[in-house]
Design a protein around this ligand. Structure first.
Ligand code: AMP
Length: 456
């Protein structure tokens, strides 16, 4: 998952990057980092923790330069070392370089083995380090050509911002799987960010999305230069709209909140329920629950309170902690729920942990019936393109039917949005990456490919 930002030609690039990363904190809470270039050298600061905790005013003030790249890292089980934070910085033949990456390279292991066989040494498990090595190893004279060489060797999902001491290069893979937008700062500088919510915070004007297969080169005193490196084969990730992105972001021309409302409306058409109340799982199910309630013509209530001081459920890798975390995070308003037949809406069901806890919580609060509705199709395959999903064995829908899952989570009924319904809600004007639902690994790799080791 993760967030990236690139800032070029700004007076205080590190501050712009900082606020951008702050607005994209939801994309990764484990570690954060910024590197700044001032034409002569690159300065890097990265650390485990949230953006506001990692950077102090003093740190930002010490990072002078008009170009910055930054990253928020999402936590993935088993890989939590500080060394896995980004940007990844290196010195090489042409000078200094710093890279941030959102996505997941499906051929990471093959490329890494080949590089190791030729004598390369690696300090982290991140696929982003492959990128640095491939650039350093290329025999081309100019960095831009080395980057192009590197791009012929990587496969999968990637949005990249690459910084040298005086230039910045931004690349989106040819499928456009992960989002990436270009904006103009009030002081005339440029910004690229995973989500447009970053632009709103720093006062940038949205210019356009970076096109699939496009590379943008930023150089002092020039307009950004666009090159179409690969033939586009557009497949934006449906899961960004379902769960991951912030509702106020506009991804590839579509507002995330609106698409979620539409998923809820579609869900009401496909799997209605005879209920007195519709409740969302806060915050992830709110927009879809509004759509569902509207579709059914039943009142919508914020019947579950969320404690905002607890991180997202997925952050902790062990099952034990995950169970406890749901309770720490969510609590029902009993007098709203007691004696009522309720539909509870969440954006997705992965292992079934959250749903099970919530159904139990609602029953304990006195609900007469609990009907669980999921505003996404059944997740049967692990995403290998940058959304952190567990192995197939842990995905409850990979091995259980809807009835069985309803029973295991203790719900009176369970319903999912169909894949067709999801596409209807998103719009039929493009082809989406639906890999978690249909197992179509169109960008390479398979269910057995290693997931996000750090780049995503
Ligand atoms: P689970 O409890 O395993 O069924 O996970 C479902 C819950 O996790 C839902 O409430 C989702 O909002 C949330 N969720 C879904 N996908 C992810 C993800 N990749 N990372 C973090 N949380 C997720």
């Amino acid at each position: 998952m993760c967030a990236i930002v690139g800032v070029f030609g700004a007076k205080k690039a590190s501050t712009v990057a900082y606020y951008s990363l702050f607005s994209m904190q939801h994309r990764g809470q484990e570690a954060t980092g910024i590197s700044v270039a001032n034409g002569e050298k690159i300065k890097l600061y990265k650390k485990r923790g949230m953006v506001a905790d990692v950077f102090s005013q003093e740190t930002l003030d010490s990072m002078e330069g008009s170009c910055a790249v930054g990253h928020n890292r999402y936590s993935t089980a088993g890989s939590e070392s500080q060394g896995d934070a980004q940007p990844v910085f290196a010195k090489y033949k042409l000078g200094e370089i710093s890279v941030v990456h959102n996505g997941n390279l499906v051929n990471k292991n093959e490329v890494r083995e080949e590089l190791i066989a030729k004598g390369a040494i690696f300090q982290t498990d991140m696929d982003t380090e492959n990128i640095i090595h491939l650039i350093a190893k290329s025999q081309k004279d100019a960095l831009v050509d080395r980057i192009k060489d590197m791009l012929t060797r990587i496969e999968g999902a990637y949005c990249l911002a690459i910084q040298s001491r005086s230039k910045m290069f931004v690349i989106r893979d040819r499928f456009g799987i992960r989002p990436l937008s270009l904006g103009k700062l009030p002081d005339g500088g440029w910004i690229v960010a995973s989500e447009t919510c970053a632009f709103d915070l720093v006062g940038a004007e949205f210019v356009r999305d970076v096109s699939p297969g496009e590379m943008l080169t930023f150089e002092e005193g020039k307009e950004p230069v666009s090159e179409q490196i690969f033939e586009p084969d557009y497949h934006p990730c449906a899961f960004e709209y379902i769960y991951f992105a912030r509702p106020d972001s506009i991804i590839d021309g579509k507002n995330v909140y609106q698409t979620r409302l539409q998923m809820g409306r579609k869900l009401a058409e496909e799997v209605p329920a005879e209920v007195d109340l519709v409740l969302p799982v806060p915050d992830s199910g709110v927009a879809a629950a509004r759509g569902y309630a509207e579709g059914l013509g039943v009142p919508f209530e914020m019947g579950i309170v969320r404690n905002h001081y607890v991180g997202r459920t997925f952050i902790e890798p062990t099952q034990e902690i995950r169970d406890l975390k749901v309770k720490l995070k969510l609590s029902p308003i009993k007098h709203l729920i007691a004696g009522k037949r309720v539909a509870i809406i969440d954006d997705s069901l992965v292992r079934g942990t959250t749903s099970k806890q919530i159904v139990r919580m609602l029953k304990e609060a006195g609900a007469a019936e609990v009907h669980m509705r999921i505003a996404a199709p059944e997740i049967k395959f692990p995403c290998r393109y940058g959304i952190d999903t567990p192995t197939r064995a842990e995905l409850i829908s990979a091995s259980h039917g809807v009835e069985e899952i309803a029973e295991s989570i203790g719900a009176d009924s369970l319903g999912f949005l169909s894949v067709d319904g999801l596409i209807d809600a998103l719009g039929r004007d493009r082809t989406y990456s639906l890999v978690s639902f249909d197992g179509n690994y169109f960008a390479g790799g398979s269910a057995d490919t290693p997931g996000c080791a750090g780049g995503c």
